[in-house]
Design a protein around this ligand. Structure first.
Ligand SMILES: CC(=O)SCCNC(=O)CCNC(=O)[C@H](O)C(C)(C)COP(=O)(O)OP(=O)(O)OC[C@H]1O[C@@H](n2cnc3c(N)ncnc32)[C@H](O)[C@@H]1OP(=O)(O)O
Ligand SMILES: O=C([O-])CC(=O)C(=O)O
Length: 368
């Protein structure tokens, strides 16, 4: 293999972006210039979505117009429900979301062929919570709950999932997680969306492909895998001993490590604080004990720090989401970043097509 090959595209700068800046030197993250912890403190998820798409925070009028559109486009119609019904009840929720979005996209392109990319993005933003909530309820043999247009995005998402008005502490942690998950430059799923877009394919195709890329445990699927680790640590298991055994088995510790941040994920302190408040709300100090115990045990052994999936997994678990539904929650947030990147890629497109070095058999011929 020649030295010029960047396996995994490690260290390759593939293009410019004005959407977010991930800075591993300062452990910081900006969306359109704003520090993300500031956005998480002051903004709704709807405001952050408009910021990521448009480049500026919305005026009151712009926010009101988007809020009206979002609330009007939440409900699942009979066809989408039928798609959900037709899938096996034990299909993975990421497969369900991917399939449902593919259906929504095919129909929207046929029915609204001239709709622009931003309106398509807003349509997906509005409907994904209903798909995710319905899927969790169907997995539990519960009736699907209709959206409520007197609730904001996060309140309504929790309402449709659990059928009760969520406590403010829960809404707060959920809102913070949505904002933190919304965007992260050229991560694997966003890059997938950009590759698809670079061929001049439509936004729905890019999003469906991105959902597939997010599913894996090295990317979004890690929030689900983190919960499996937390379960293994239940019942007073000593985190150091658990970790030593995991390393012996050459296991990757889900929720730790990052391709870009080598000294800590900028989003973790904000999400950890939200998790801590949530654990206090549910009177579950044991969750923070496991969280801090494993983080410390890792720090004692290797300089590998938690990433955002580490606090998000147990936070979603405390809220009552099924573990398999965690990554679809990531989809609901990241659809904003994906679609912002689709629009950016389109505005200044070049087909993404790297080269490869051939390593197969030497030229040979059919013997006749
Ligand atoms: C929102 C997100 O998508 S954040 C990422 C979520 N993914 C995870 O949490 C999965 C667990 N983490 C990992 O697998 C990795 O850290 C990745 C895939 C995220 C980043 O990986 P890369 O940038 O390719 O780093 P790489 O895998 O080469 O790691 C460098 C070294 O650290 C080790 N390492 C990195 N992360 C971990 C981990 N979580 N557990 C154990 N060892 C790890 C690697 O084994 C490697 O060791 P080596 O040099 O002895 O072979
Ligand atoms: O940036 C990455 O490679 C993964 C990540 O943290 C994200 O997508 O949020």
């Amino acid at each position: 293999m020649s030295d010029s090959i960047a396996k995994g595209l490690v260290g390759v700068v593939a293009d410019t972006t004005a959407i977010s800046k991930v800075n591993p030197e300062t452990n910081s993250l900006l969306y359109r210039g704003y520090p993300v912890p500031e956005l998480a403190e002051h903004c709704s998820f709807e405001q952050v979505a408009l910021l990521l798409w448009n480049g500026e925070l919305p005026s009151d009028a712009e926010l009101a117009e988007f809020t009206e559109f979002e609330r009007e486009n939440r409900a699942l119609d009979a066809d989408v429900r039928e798609v959900l019904d037709r899938l096996p009840s034990n299909a993975h929720p990421m497969d369900v979301v991917r399939t449902a979005l593919s259906f929504v996209g095919a129909r929207a392109l046929a029915e609204h062929p001239d709709e622009d990319g931003l309106d398509q993005a807003k349509r997906l933003f509005a409907v994904i919570p209903s798909i995710v909530a319905a899927n969790q309820r169907m997995r539990r043999d519960q009736e699907i709950i209709e959206p409520r247009d007197d609730l904001d995005y996060c309140q309504n998402f929790l309402w449709m999932t659990f059928g009760e008005e969520p406590a403010p502490e829960v809404v707060e942690a959920f809102r913070v997680s949505m904002i933190l998950y919304a965007e992260h430059s050229f991560n694997a799923s966003t890059f997938t969306a950009r590759v698809v877009t670079s061929t001049l394919a439509d936004l729905y195709s890019a999003v469906v492909a991105a959902v597939g890329a997010l599913k894996g445990h090295l990317h979004g699927g890690a929030n689900e895998a983190v919960m499996e680790i937390f379960r293994e640590l239940e019942g007073g298991v000593e985190p150091g001993a658990w970790l030593d055994e995991a390393f012996k088995q050459k296991r990757k510790i889900m929720g730790f490590g990052h391709r870009v941040y080598k000294n800590g994920d900028s989003r973790v302190p904000t999400m950890r604080a939200a998790l801590e408040k949530l654990a206090a709300h549910y009177e579950r100090p044991d969750v923070m004990e496991r969280y801090d115990g494993l983080e410390q045990a890792m720090a004692d052994r290797k300089p590998i720090k938690p990433n955002l999936d580490y606090p998000s997994g147990p936070a979603y678990d405390l809220m009552g989401f099924e573990t398999e539904v965690f990554t679809p929650l990531f989809v609901a947030a990241r659809v904003v970043g994906w679609s912002a990147h689709v629009l950016e890629q389109r505005a200044d497109n070049a087909l993404i097509r790297p080269l490869s070095e051939y390593s197969g058999a030497d030229e040979r011929h059919i013997q006749s």
